[in-house]
Design a protein around this ligand. Structure first.
Ligand code: MLT
Length: 404
């Protein structure tokens, strides 16, 4: 008789955004006359920029001609895209990352879930609290999280690094030494950012203690203030302790296209084993690459027209973030994030729990957001709104909330 991976049974409930989707659909089914504004999952709403659409058309044409047709993509991704990324995202920022240290993938969600596979089962994982649930859930599935304490909403073998209003939603260095440290800046869900000096402390800590930092920089395009690093490799010594995960979803609207990349510097080693070769082996065995047409679309993100058009898209979402942040602040809410991030993190009013506020907002303002407690116990009493809606819907949602 076959056996299942019992670690899956330990997972409480369904994936956060599936639960929210079901709840919103149920409400909308029961109240078909209500216009629900969805500011929950961070999914973009603007269409693909013209430079990207035109690159897609061109690539489709190539795929339809025998002379230019392409089959399987190279293991690490097409060179044209890896060269462009290395030039624009790293060399231009003074980071020593080469094209052959970049692995093209179908997005940062899958990479951030899969990357733990190349580490031993006994590794101790540290996460921020609140945290993007994928980091924790993927380690639970791999049997690395221990047992779940339903009462407290925590896993026995995971180190939680509290991110609170008091510490500006920035984790302190953990007392117990972890092996794998997940960091995400600009942060999902709080929208907090880390300065280069503070990130350097983490890099030094990881190098001193022999830990690896798994750095999720999916929201990097939203950084608007100086002194905030766009890549962990801006910090000295990061090439010997950090893996960086990037996405095309939030900067270029690829949530439905699927494209991302992971950087594993060749100098990042465990003894004499390079993590780069382990991930290359995994990639070769389990993955056949993002589609050629999507990789060509990714290349267009870095073209002159692409950059200008995407800057305009990001400004559009920034304007939404600003409207939410200031609108709610004026209405008396305690808000943070939103400045270098598409996420606004607010304190629930009148001592409501995160889920109570979710229901309250859905029923009374017909606005769907994300309950902070869905990101871990440290998110209880908080709520996340996304700036990825249309401007009109964003204004209407904020105005409805202010009228409550
Ligand atoms: C979020 O809403 O946190 C993200 O959009 C989810 C994701 O990127 O997987």
């Amino acid at each position: 008789m076959f056996q299942i991976n019992e670690n899956y049974l330990k997972l409480p409930g369904s994936y956060l955004f599936s639960t929210i989707g079901k709840k919103v659909s149920a409400y909308s089914g029961a109240h078909p006359d209500k216009k629900i504004i969805r500011l929950g999952i961070g999914d973009v709403t603007l269409p693909l920029a013209p430079a990207i659409v035109s690159a897609l058309h061109k690539a489709v044409e190539e795929m339809g001609r025998a002379e230019t047709f392409r089959g399987y993509a190279p293991d690490l991704g097409y060179e044209f895209l890896r060269n462009t990324i290395a030039e624009n995202d790293y060399k231009s920022r003074g980071c020593e990352i080469g094209p052959d240290e970049i692995f093209i993938s179908d997005g940062a969600k899958s990479d951030s879930a899969n990357i733990q596979e190349i580490f031993g089962p006994e590794n101790k994982v540290a996460v921020c609290d609140p945290v993007y649930p994928v980091y924790v859930d993927s380690n639970v599935m791999a049997g690395r999280a221990g047992s779940y304490d339903r009462e407290r909403g925590i896993w026995s073998d995971v180190i939680y690094m509290p991110c609170t209003e008091e510490n500006g939603f920035l984790p302190g260095l953990p007392k117990e030494h972890p092996d794998l440290i997940y960091l995400c800046f600009p942060n999902n869900p709080t929208g907090a950012v880390i300065t280069k000096a503070r990130l350097q402390e983490w890099v030094d800590y990881a190098n001193e203690t022999g830990a690896v930092i798994l750095y999720d920089a999916a929201y990097e395009a939203y950084i608007s203030e100086p002194g905030v690093p766009h890549s962990i490799y801006e910090c000295e010594g990061a090439v010997t302790c950090a893996i960086e995960l990037k996405s095309f979803s939030k900067n270029a609207g690829f949530t439905g296209m699927r494209l991302g990349y992971t950087v594993i510097p060749k100098k990042l080693k465990c003894g004499d084993v390079a993590l780069h070769s382990l991930w290359a082996r995994r990639h070769g065995t389990k993955y056949n690459g993002a589609p050629y047409i999507v990789q060509r679309a990714g290349e267009a993100v870095y073209s002159r027209e692409g950059k200008a058009q995407l800057e305009a898209q990001i400004s559009y979402y920034r304007k939404n973030a600003d409207y939410i942040f200031n609108g709610l602040k004026r209405a008396g809410y305690t808000v943070s994030g939103g400045v270098n991030s598409p996420y606004i993190w607010l304190k629930t009013p009148k001592g409501m729990t995160s889920w109570e506020f979710f229901d309250y907002l859905l029923e009374n303002a017909n606005v769907a957001g994300t309950p902070g407690s869905g990101f871990g116990p440290g998110g209880e009493g908080y709520f996340r709104l996304t700036a990825f809606g249309s401007y009109e819907n964003t204004v209407e949602a904020v105005d409805r909330i202010r009228m409550l």
